[in-house]
Design a binder for this molecule. Structure first.
Ligand SMILES: Cc1cc2nc3c(=O)[nH]c(=O)nc-3n(C[C@H](O)[C@H](O)[C@H](O)COP(=O)(O)OP(=O)(O)OC[C@H]3O[C@@H](n4cnc5c(N)ncnc54)[C@H](O)[C@@H]3O)c2cc1C
Length: 293
């Protein structure tokens, strides 16, 4: 199907994009990689009257470390993360996710920031961003604000972005010493959305116990979810297979999936736990602890 008619505005700068958004009002949408928005428009699930194309804004295409954070600009593609030496050496959680989002063709266009703004309940980047305690920097006519990811991801396909605002970048705190993360996605075939997925990041204290655990799951509820019960039970404990399984059980309890072509609700609920167990096991292995090599 063809999209409903719309006006196309090409923005050469962030200022031009913001001006176009404020002129157009509530019916305008930013066009980033177009990998979610264009299909939605073709199915007439989205009918924006104005599209503000930010692809020409080269100044938003960056991936760099700054002040103890990894900063990903609104025009940085998934493929840039997948091939980045910085991501490979310092951010295994993001590296693993970047290789399994959609397929290589989609990753050439899709953006991390666009995926967060889209907030698909089965999306990979919302889970990674929750696990990594990311923050989204948003700009509008009244200036900039920085929103913690837990507040940014409001509900299925809904974020804290307000009318006239656009997301400029996402910032991930750089992992310190004795910190390791991992992302595990269960998918039917390459290029599919997750049946279930999980991210885990562990920081060990000097005594070898867990100083901080961060765990999130996706595709098993109305939005990506932090598994707060698992984070709490892991804190202060020694990494072990039993602990990983207990965290997985907490994820299974929290998961509230719906049945679809990817599986029954019961199956997906169980798989949420399996994904957490595998992500945690990989994080433990990176730290050389927990009985996992
Ligand atoms: C075949 C296929 C398979 C896919 N499989 C997966 C998958 O396995 N996992 C997965 O996570 N995703 C998957 N996707 C979605 C893909 O990853 C999208 O690229 C991503 O969800 C959105 O990024 P985008 O840059 O293309 O955003 P767009 O499609 O351009 O935009 C998406 C939404 O976000 C808004 N938006 C974008 N950028 C901004 C901004 N800077 N500020 C404010 N609003 C903004 C847009 O207005 C729109 O509402 C798949 C897509 C396709 C076509």
């Amino acid at each position: 199907m063809f999209p409903a008619p719309f006006e196309y505005r090409r923005a050469g700068s962030t200022e031009e994009a913001l001006a176009a958004l404020s002129q157009a009002g509530s019916d305008a949408r930013i066009l980033a990689g177009g990998q979610s928005l264009i299909p939605a428009m073709r199915f007439r699930l989205a009918r924006p009257s104005v599209l503000v194309d930010i692809n020409p804004i080269g100044a938003l295409d960056y991936l760099r470390e700054d002040g103890g954070e990894l900063v990903i600009g609104a025009c940085a593609r998934d493929a840039a993360l997948e091939t980045s030496a910085l991501i490979k050496s310092r951010y295994p959680l993001l590296k693993e996710a970047s290789a399994v989002v959609a397929d290589p063709v989609v990753r050439q266009m899709g953006t991390v920031v666009g995926s967060l703004c889209h907030n698909d309940p089965a999306g990979d980047w919302p889970v990674v961003a929750l696990t990594g305690h990311a923050k989204v920097v948003v700009r509008g006519a009244k200036g900039s604000r920085t929103i913690a990811i837990d507040e940014f991801l409001v509900d299925s396909f809904a974020t804290a972005l307000q009318e006239g605002e656009m997301a400029i970048e996402v910032r991930f705190p750089s992992p310190g010493e004795r910190t390791a993360g991992s992302y595990y996605k269960m998918e039917r075939k390459v290029g599919d959305f997750a049946t279930a997925c999980a991210g885990a990041r562990i920081t060990l204290g000097a005594d070898g116990t867990i100083a901080e655990a961060s765990i999130a799951i996706g595709a098993v509820g109305p939005k990506a979810m932090r598994v707060a019960a698992a984070e709490k039970l892991m804190k202060g404990q020694k990494p072990s297979r039993d602990l990983s399984r207990a965290a997985a059980d907490a994820a299974t309890k929290l998961a509230d999936p719906v049945a679809d072509t990817r599986g029954s609700a019961e199956f997906k609920k169980a798989m949420a736990g399996v994904c957490v167990d595998r992500a945690l096991s990989a994080a433990f292995a990176r730290l050389g602890v927990g009985g996992v090599k």
